[in-house]
Design a protein around this ligand. Sequence first.
Ligand SMILES: [Zn+2]
Length: 337
Amino acid sequence: MTPIGDFIKLIPKVELHVHLEGTLEPELKFLLAERNNLELPYASVEEMRAAYDFDDLSSFLIQYYEGMSVLVTEEDFYDLAMAYFERVAAQNVIYVEMFFDPQAHTVRGIELRTVMSGIRRAQQDSEKSFGIRSQLIMCFLRDMSVESAAETLEQAREFRDCILGVGLDSDENSNPPIKFQQIFADARSQGYRLTMHCDVDQENSVTHIWQCLNDIGVDRIDHGVNSLEDDKLVEEIRRRELGLTVCPISNAHVSDGTKASAIKAMLEKELLVTVNSDDPAYFPGYMTENLTRVQEEVGLTKNEISQLVQNSVKASWLNGDERAKYLQQIKAFTDAN
Ligand SMILES: [Zn+2]
């Protein structure tokens, strides 16, 4: 029998909640800063890592946006995405639905075309080199205006075929889902799949999750741990078979813990709960580390780990054939180990 630690390392994995910009490791940040002749406010990688001392969402977001300044050229976006794919290939990640934040770049004068072409090239190369398939979800920054989101949706028209869905991220405080109701309705009419962040332990979290269901009609919920506070909400999420993309190590940085017991409770309630890495360069830990952390805290069995990974396939926006193929691959691994 394979030891549980190795089982987690080796099982084929799917990731549904990772922000490309959140994979920017300090080493690469220094390299890109040098390439673009930019000064960073840190003398060394160690000093930068020490500054990643977040205790809430806002303190993280300040570092996060500051870090993006080093992303300037098509090659920078390519290198960033390739570094992520290479790293998770070693963890046997086989499929990814990846967020990126167009506005975080366009506000700095970087064209969406530059961003898209770097990421697209990395997606193609990673499929060839590492066998990882990936699709993109464009997130609107909820602390920016509705007009800016509308402009971004318009700019994305020429890349419609390369973007699978739209999401909503950044600071949830005073920026409820309903603020973006029209934009998401427009996105839906253009054929995008819809998801939104409902970050852990935010003010009015349960109300925001209900808005996602009733006013937006999301296809998935990012985080959404606080749904457990409302039995009717849990029932509705289960009835609609909505995936919940929970990010344990990220939770531990911005709230009182990983919420591992909430993940276990969600599994017991037969919700489509999944485990993901969020911003792994800032909340250190990719897929394997996140699954391991949950396993260590609440003692998941191999079958429960396999269930979490299978949930990711079920909650993904893959078509039926692809879904069946990945599920088969995960089940075969589970049976053999
Ligand atoms: Zn996130």
